[in-house]
Design a binder for this molecule. Structure first.
Ligand code: CU
Length: 497
């Protein structure tokens, strides 16, 4: 329907134009050709002058009016180190081209008015003038050279890669239809390797999990943080079509090309809060976004945005992510809280290439951290329940009291805790589920608790600090009514005495 209306409108416009042409021809016949020509020229000339004034003043007025919402002006000075230099190039170019723009427009429309057709006036033809040629070739050539040379100089500075001894963080941005997957390096500070051949539905980035650097890499799905004052190197990758990694407030813009990794290095110099404080000084940003809420000023909503600056398809607009720039301290806290993609999504599943390794270094380290935090709480605890901890990663071979190989990590954590707190002594307690005979269960649980105590004394802990006891199935954690619950009841605990 809409297209039919548009088509009809187009046909009507053509008819109107043809009719105007015919009317003009008729008037010319009635009035005489010369008369019409004189009239037309006069009006064309005058309208040229009017256009000149309206157009040029419109340009200048709109530039002044909107200056505070344009990047590089008002509160929008660059939020990155290299950005101010780029802004300066833009401003110098704008000044030079602005002067030329105004002069040529004045000349163009003034000439159109001044030299409009008049009777008895002949045009003067200049076939060639060397001096003029020299001027209008020489001056633009010199100006262009200066602009290009200073631009190249800045380009080399902005595009310089990091050197290995520099202090920087590296993140990775993968563009796909239609979102950005941002990868953080985790606690080791290093991004793991990827191989497109490993890409599956579960491993969308094709991360090579045989590479330990990948084990702690995180893919935050919500908020993204960057520390202020630290160099950030972004690896930029595309999975399907051309995308563009665009952080306008940092003057960062780089194509994400399938099959050709690119990068950008920049240093954020303003935190999100500092940027908001800057905006708050301008009336445009003090306006309320919700008239009913006096606290809804525009500047409070400001965020650093990541967009895709390449029209990559229907959902292109949805490729927005928010980066928040914060202090190094806040960043470190946030970074430590990010969950490892490998440990939460891949580890232990069929696609995990490290199934043959019972406990990875990173898992042992994580367990040690949790254990020492739990231990601290238990030592400070008041009730017996507070002072009781479960040895979650201590396991035995089926039906026996032989510790599995993987149990030693948790037991070594316990040894370390006993050395850290030399004043404490423990009761190690074995528990079973209700399968089998009760007497048999008590014997097995006692043997298991004993095995733990033996491990600890072998590691130099004084036997006087350790008791062991087998409770059999007498103290279940939960009712023994499902496999899952029975598994919970089979456990080894210790209580600080
Ligand atoms: Cu895109």
């Amino acid at each position: 329907m809409t297209s039919i209306i548009i088509l009809l409108c187009a046909i009507l416009i053509v008819i109107v134009l043809v009719q105007i042409g015919k009317v003009t021809e008729l008037t010319a016949q009635i009035k005489g050709e010369k008369e019409v020509l004189r009239d037309n020229s006069k009006w064309n000339g005058l309208l040229s002058l009017v256009f000149l004034v309206v157009f040029l003043s419109g340009t200048v007025i709109s530039a002044v009016k909107y200056k505070n919402v344009m990047l590089g002006f008002g509160p929008h000075t660059s939020a990155s180190e290299h950005g101010s230099e780029l802004d300066m190039i833009f401003k110098i170019t704008l000044l030079v081209t602005g002067i030329v723009f105004i002069l040529t427009h004045i000349a163009l429309f003034w000439f159109a008015y001044q030299y409009r057709w008049q009777e008895n006036r002949k045009a003067k033809f200049i076939s060639h003038d060397n001096r003029l040629e020299m001027w209008w070739t020489g001056v633009p050539a010199i100006v262009m050279t200066l602009l290009v040379v200073s631009g190249l100089n800045s380009w080399n500075k902005v595009m310089a890669d990091v050197s290995p001894e520099e202090d920087y963080i590296e993140i990775e941005a993968t563009g796909q239809q239609f979102n950005w997957i941002i990868r953080y390096p985790g606690s080791d500070g290093k991004l793991g390797t990827r191989d497109f051949k490993l890409t599956t539905g579960d491993n969308q980035l094709g991360l090579d999990f045989k590479d330990p650097k990948n084990w702690d890499d995180a893919l935050p799905s919500q908020e993204l943080l960057l520390p202020v004052g630290k160099k950030v190197r972004v690896r930029i990758i595309a999975k399907d079509v051309l995308h563009n990694f665009f952080l306008p407030h940092f003057r960062v813009k780089m194509d994400a090309v399938p099959g050709l990794p690119t990068y950008f290095v920049f240093t954020p110099v303003k935190t999100t809060e500092e940027y908001r404080r800057e905006l708050a000084k301008y009336p445009e940003y003090q306006e309320l976004t919700d008239p009913a809420d006096p606290q809804s000023q525009r500047y409070k909503k400001f965020e650093y945005e990541l967009a895709c600056a390449e029209l990559c398809g229907k959902g292109h607009y949805s490729m927005r992510r928010v980066f928040r720039v914060v202090s190094q301290k806040e960043f470190d806290e946030w970074n430590a809280k990010q969950e490892s993609f490998y440990l939460t999504q891949i580890r232990g599943k069929k696609i995990d290439p490290n199934l043959d390794i019972e406990v990875l270094d990173i898992e042992a380290a994580q367990r040690a951290k949790t254990f020492s935090a739990d231990m601290k709480k238990a030592v400070e605890g008041l009730t017996p329940a507070d002072k009781t901890l479960q040895l979650k990663h201590v396991n035995y071979k089926t039906g026996s009291s032989d510790l599995t190989d993987g149990s030693r990590y948790e037991l070594d954590n316990l040894v370390e805790a006993l050395n850290t707190y030399p004043q404490i002594s423990l009761e190690v307690a074995g528990h079973t589920d209700n399968v089998g005979e009760a007497a048999q269960n008590t014997i097995l649980s006692a043997a298991r608790a004993n095995a733990v105590v033996r491990y600890l004394t072998d590691k130099g802990i004084s036997a006087g600090r350790l008791k062991s006891r087998g409770y059999g199935d007498s103290k279940p954690l939960v009712p023994n009514d499902s496999d899952e619950n029975r598994a919970k009841n089979r456990r080894t605990e210790f209580t600080i005495l």
